[in-house]
Ligand binder design. Structure first.
Ligand SMILES: Cc1ncc(COP(=O)(O)O)c(C=O)c1O
Length: 413
């Protein structure tokens, strides 16, 4: 197929829009090297007796205008710390999002609570009306996910949380320093949790951070990272106050984290500029829609989820790749509960099927296609473009040119 001007898709042997590679993301620099070196020279990489992790926690909290932050080993750990702080009883329910990483869900199951999924609205984040419909007498928390860098409708979520007296956890893994009506996500709910995995706005390779504005929960949050160990100085009888794992961060990650705190504002600002530029450039292309931005929110583009309505996302992504633009179809492909045997087949603790098979749980939990049809519909039309802060404006213009070209030539599927 050709355009009216005779242009051919690169897939069909035409000239690609882009021949050179896109710049690689380079999140680390001399400052990280300097601080990691300092950590190693200190001859101590153990967080609780070092300086780096505690300083990283202090600086991370300060970025959010908060007092309390607890570093951990991953985003999944950070969410587990938040859930463990709320301390559900077996069979309690936690409402969360169908489009997310499994790390938002695993901690709920490890605390033997039951994940309940609210469908998304046009922002790809949880629909407040569906959240409210899913509340039962067993609902212990609402765990919202600010997806792709786009904040949830927090006015509505806070209103629901307040009216029902249910704590709100914010999964900010994909939305560091993301503003909503002048406040930052992670500071509005009761607890905020962040992944610091390699792809995130602020990264320590792997790592996590949990924050809270609630002083009365800060101690339990900190204890949960460290086996609930009270850590009195010196040897002697030990006290572990409740069941929790070891999720401690090392001084190496703490050192990198300090340096990352110094650059994350620039990262987030640049991602917003580039994502917004791309949205302007593709405006009006038939069958292609820029990512929605929640009213009152500032998108920080952890990724750029394009919506395509005339093509299968894999077909569109393949045509973009041939044009030299890295693109992938469909993010997680299907709602997270259909991706995970721990949910759809109850593959949990041994062969027990716990907690689903236990008397603690109300009703029979079925995780199937009927639960979140709008999430499936969104994923069925999604193509992800890797917008990141190491790109130049020209790189994003090439992405837009490729989207324009492919949409003009590729036959509908
Ligand atoms: C929204 C969301 N939640 C949770 C996680 C889990 O984080 P981690 O992979 O650091 O455990 C991720 C990571 O990809 C994520 O994107």
């Amino acid at each position: 197929m050709n355009t009216p001007s005779g242009e051919k898709l690169a897939l069909d042997g035409g000239q690609p829009v882009r021949t050179g590679p896109f710049p690689r993301r380079t999140p680390f620099g001399d400052r990280e090297i300097e601080l990691v070196t300092e950590a190693i020279r200190s001859q101590n990489l153990f967080g609780p007796s070092g300086r780096m992790v505690s300083e990283f926690e202090r600086r991370f909290a300060a970025l959010y205008g908060l007092q309390h932050a607890a570093a951990s080993s991953s985003g999944t750990a950070a969410i587990h710390v938040a859930v463990g702080t709320i301390n559900p009883d077996p069979g309690d329910e936690i409402i969360t999002a169908p489009i997310t990483d499994l790390g938002s869900v695993v901690p709920i199951l490890y605390q033997t609570a039951v994940p309940v999924f609210a469908d998304v609205d046009g922002t790809y984040t949880m629909d407040p009306e569906d959240v409210e419909r899913k509340i039962t007498r067993r609902t212990k928390a609402i765990l919202v996910v600010h997806l792709f860098g786009n904040p949830c409708d927090m006015d509505a979520m806070l209103d629901i949380s307040k009216r029902h007296g249910i704590p709100l956890i914010e999964d900010c893994s994909q939305a560091h320093l993301t503003a909503y009506r002048g406040r930052l996500v992670g500071t509005m709910g009761d607890l905020g949790a962040f992944s610091l995995q390699q792809s995130k706005h602020l990264t320590t390779g792997d790592g996590g951070m949990t924050v809270t504005r609630r002083g009365e929960w800060a101690e339990r949050m900190r204890l949960f990272v460290d086996k609930a160990w009270t850590r009195k100085p010196g040897w002697g009888p030990r006290t572990y106050l409740f069941l929790s794992p070891n999720y401690r961060m090392t001084e190496l990650q703490g050192a990198v984290g300090i340096a990352q705190c110094e650059r994350v504002q620039g990262v987030v600002r640049r991602r917003n500029e580039l994502g917004s530029l791309l949205s302007r450039l593709i405006e009006g292309i038939r069958g292609v829609h820029a990512p929605p931005v929640t009213p009152g929110g500032v998108h920080t583009y952890w990724s750029y989820p394009l919506r395509v309505t005339r093509w299968k996302p894999e077909t569109f992504a393949k045509a973009l790749q041939a044009e030299g633009v890295p693109a992938s179809g469909g993010y997680i492909g299907k709602p997270i509960f259909l991706c995970a045997d721990a949910l759809c087949r109850w593959e949990t603790f041994g062969r027990s099927g716990f907690p689903f098979t236990s008397p603690y749980v109300d009703g029979r939990r079925v995780y199937d296609e009927s639960l979140c049809p709008r999430a499936q519909e969104a994923l069925d039309h999604m193509v992800n473009l890797p917008v990141h802060e190491s790109l130049a404006d020209e790189d994003v213009k090439d992405m837009a040119r490729a989207v324009q070209k492919v949409s003009a030539i590729l036959p509908d599927s």
